[in-house]
Ligand binder design. Structure first.
Ligand code: BG6
Length: 470
């Protein structure tokens, strides 16, 4: 068996109760985007006006049909050894206009999903926001507008009150830097602006919203934990030359510490604040905000890790007339000889996951954490399906196993890491990439009404979970 060494012994054994599972999000899996009272979110809207921006023109209307097939899917989760699963609530499904009336059909749906998970011995980890701003709130400016922070606080409280009797792990946001990058810097999320000042305000309001939700959760005293999920892509410098190192420190401040420091320490990275001040990009901050952020940090941290970021000092002076971008301080660097996932064009650097965990141990109070996303996207994965209908994804097994070895080492050295969730349970719709890159333990055949088939990696994961190691 691949999961054991030649003596059939477990070489990499994980602590009792380690969380084995996967993660997913509402817009990417539920489908049923336009029925049972769900309001539109930015993805429904963007697809309506620019379907050409989505791979193969496939939109978010009917993604993977979890809304209808959740029982079958949860059964499969159990079958492949899940003891935990992260989903998100669709804000626009629960509160169609973003504020105001609650949609009873949504309450029913999420209750049924939560109960079904618990009934199968799978702990639900619930995330409140995974890139899917309700359209009615985006019309007001989305996270640019402080009123939306207040609306989010009410939405979060509603979720805790409705589901917090059973859900004991909550997350305020998934990868909150991504809507900042996609929506306000690099044009891959609606509203497709390129505006550094707005990007900073959006980031600041997102951090504030997280602290407000944490405060509300603590006040309700429901006995669970609340955290945030961050993509902590490490920034490696090209060399030890000071100019390269400085470039990596600033890239890290922009893309990692911008959310990590306020979430865990309740403060903002000095280097970043200094740049914002010097360049005139400080966000609008109200009295009491900074104290609120300081006092309401996370209990638990989800770590998403796919690939490293490599940077070097700038090759050329920045064009003073170009819009202000973080890349004013570094250039991206393509390391010769790097290991690649050729099916997605991303570097594979397994040790990155260890470096993140050691950093959290040494510099962030060894906060309780888990790997909340890690995974391997494969374009054209159908070609790996054998005659029996199973996708033979040995490359994914190797990817997971090699990352888990580093997670194990970090744990041996004292990291407070509690689990590993793959991105993702079943192939799903991934924003503008739609169904291009497949990540699941379970394949979804779009040509056959979304037929599910467990991949080889799903079968392998079951043995890992059963043995609590490999
Ligand atoms: C993660 C996101 O960063 O990347 C997911 O949290 C997303 O929502 C995943 O689906 C994979 O992205 P892609 O572009 O390779 O399909």
């Amino acid at each position: 068996m691949t999961s054991m060494n030649s003596n059939n012994e477990i070489k990499y054994s994980f602590p009792e109760g380690f969380w084995w599972g996967s993660s997913a999000s509402a817009t990417q899996t539920e489908g049923a985007a336009d029925i049972d009272g769900k309001g539109k979110n930015i993805w429904d809207h963007w697809y309506e006006i620019e379907p050409n921006r989505f791979f193969d023109g496939v939109g978010p209307e009917n993604t993977s049909q979890f809304y209808y097939k959740y029982k079958e899917d949860i059964k499969l989760m159990k079958e492949i050894g899940h003891n935990s699963f992260r989903l998100s609530i669709s804000w626009a499904r629960l509160i169609p206009n973003g504020t105001g009336e609650i949609n009873p059909k949504a309450v029913e749906f999420y209750n049924r999903v939560i109960d079904e998970l618990l009934g199968n011995g799978i702990e639900p980890f619930v995330n409140l926001f995974h890139f899917d701003m309700p359209m009615e709130l985006q019309k007001l400016g989305g996270w640019e507008n402080r009123d939306v922070v207040d609306a989010y606080e009410v939405y979060a409280k509603t979720c805790f009150e409705l589901f917090g009797d059973r859900v004991k792990k909550w997350f305020t946001h998934n990868e909150p830097i991504v809507p900042v990058e996609g929506g306000y810097l690099y044009d891959f999320h609606y509203p497709n602006e390129i505006n550094f000042g707005k990007a900073v305000q959006v980031a600041y309001h997102t951090i504030l919203s997280s602290a407000k939700a944490i405060k509300v959760y603590k006040e309700l005293n429901q006995g669970g934990k609340i955290g945030i999920i961050l993509n902590l892509t490490p920034s490696y410098p090209r060399s030890r030359n000071l100019a390269d190192v400085k470039a990596s420190v600033l890239a890290d401040a922009f893309f990692n510490r911008s959310f990590l420091d306020p979430s865990v320490k309740g403060e903002f990275p000095e280097e970043l604040v200094q740049i914002l001040k010097e360049e005139g990009f400080m966000p609008a901050v109200e009295n009491g905000d900074l104290e609120l952020i300081k006092d309401n940090t996370v209990d638990i941290l989800g770590v998403n890790y796919y690939q490293p970021r490599r940077v070097k000092a700038k090759e050329n002076l920045p064009n003073p007339d170009a819009p202000f971008m973080p890349e004013r301080f570094f250039d991206n660097y393509v390391m010769p000889g790097r290991k690649m996932n050729p099916h997605r064009g991303w570097e594979i650097y397994e040790k990155g996951v260890y470096d993140i965990l050691v950093n959290l141990k040494d510099n962030y109070g060894n906060i309780e954490c888990f790997i909340s996303e890690n995974g391997m996207g494969v374009e054209g994965e159908e070609k790996f399906r054998d005659e029996s209908g199973v996708i033979q994804d040995d490359y994914r097994i190797e990817f997971i196993r090699e990352h888990l070895k580093w997670v194990h080492k970090a744990h041996q050295e004292g990291s407070n890491v509690k689990g590993y969730h793959l991105w993702t349970f079943m192939d799903n719709w991934s924003w503008t990439n739609a169904y291009k890159n497949r990540y699941g333990f379970v394949s979804v055949n779009l040509a056959k009404d979304g037929e599910r088939t467990i991949k080889k990696s799903g079968q392998w994961f079951k043995t890992v979970s059963e043995h609590n190691g490999f």
